[in-house]
Design a protein around this ligand. Structure first.
Ligand code: NAI
Length: 331
């Protein structure tokens, strides 16, 4: 099949080309994100393969249908960028990569957390500048503290498992909790989790119901000095409210691998231009805020799994088999 891979970087191309050796599809890579402006690029393709910040709204999907595209094969877990109702109306199935490596993201949570609370990012810069002083680098132990997981799905549970290894007490909130927590966490209400946790780690998908779930009200319910880690989707946090809580000292630290207006900024090299987002620019000035550019997934294992899963979905589609990784509206 002819597959148009949008928003592709060198690491995507390497992994997909390697996985394609056993499939022999025709892969064409585009730098552009797929949206209403770039959708003409999909002409002549059977399949489009978008990533997290591509915008497949109803008009874009209508155009894809007109161009004869038959399958949307996302190469990410989150599907908030696709209007699933519109895809269903046009009879275009949507597949995603449901679990390429929950551990890649779970381990990254702790990369962010330990950097923040032990200030190794600041120590690294100091030592390079010949400053070996320890003033201002005091941190705190994780052992014995309480770690709150919001969204106990695959990544949330992988993160909880690692947290238990650090000797953290793990609380979890999920609207659909399993009967037993297989990794030794305790399921509680969201309010209880927010009130008791020293660290709050977000792993819920972005839905209209979870948009800005971390806002002035929920921030006020958290402990003073709480550390918040978001490796899920930027839209879960109202960033303006977060900044107010950071300024007041109520929030003690923030690790963000995602940001609500990351589209067009994250994944790009903008080092020669001005940052045209005052909120993001302000956030980068806080010493207790660590921002990375949506790299939680970026391990060789995860990239290989993503490529294999996308091409497996395309193969299932080509062979008219049931699509194991299909996502449907309302499911
Ligand atoms: P999953 O589908 O296994 O788990 C999501 C969990 O969230 C489910 O248990 C669900 O019941 C729960 N949930 C639903 N509504 C909720 C609510 N209102 N409050 C709390 N929990 C709620 O998904 P998975 O694989 O664990 O991924 C989670 C998210 O992580 C994805 O949606 C994606 O946005 C993000 N992600 C980020 C990556 C990165 O590179 N930073 C990489 C991969 C995923």
């Amino acid at each position: 099949m002819r597959i148009a891979v949008f928003d592709s970087k060198q690491y995507d191309r390497t992994a997909l080309n390697a996985a394609n050796l056993q499939h022999q599809h025709e892969l064409v890579f585009f730098d552009d994100r797929l949206n209403i402006k770039t959708v003409p690029l999909a002409e002549g393709f059977d399949v489009v393969c978008p990533f997290v910040n591509d915008k497949l709204d109803a008009p874009t999907i209508a155009k894809l249908a007109k161009l004869g595209v038959q399958l949307i094969a996302l190469r990410c877990a989150g599907f908030n960028g696709v209007d699933l109702n519109a895809a269903a109306q046009h009879g275009i199935p949507v597949t995603r990569v449901p679990a390429y490596s929950p551990e890649a993201v779970g381990e990254y949570v702790f990369a962010l957390l330990l950097t923040l609370i032990r200030k190794t990012h600041r120590a690294f810069n100091r030592v390079r500048d010949g400053n070996f002083s320890l003033d201002g680098l005091e941190g705190f132990n994780l052992h014995g503290r309480t770690f709150g997981v919001v969204g106990a799905g695959k990544i949330g549970l992988a993160t909880a498992r690692i947290a238990r290894g650090f000797g953290l007490k793990v609380l979890a909130y999920d609207p659909y909790p399993p009967a037993v927590c297989e990794v030794g966490c305790e399921f509680v209400s969201l309010d209880e989790l927010l009130a008791q946790s020293d660290i709050v780690s977000l792993h819920s998908p972005l839905f209209p119901t979870t948009h800005h779930m971390i806002n002035e009200t929920s921030l006020a319910k958290m402990k003073k000095g709480v550390v918040i880690i978001n490796t899920s989707r930027g839209g879960l946090i109202n960033t303006v409210d977060l900044i107010k809580s950071l300024k007041s000292g109520h929030v003690g630290g923030v690790g963000l691998d995602v940001y609500e207006h990351e589209e067009g900024v994250f994944f790009e090299d903008l080092s020669d231009s001005m940052l045209d987002d005052d909120v993001l620019a302000l956030l980068t000035t806080f010493p207790n805020v660590l921002i990375t550019s949506h790299q939680g997934f970026l391990t060789s294992e995860a990239l290989d799994n993503i490529a294999a899963s996308v091409l497996h979905s395309v193969a299932e589609f080509a062979q008219q088999q049931p699509l194991s990784n299909e996502v449907k509206a309302g499911a």
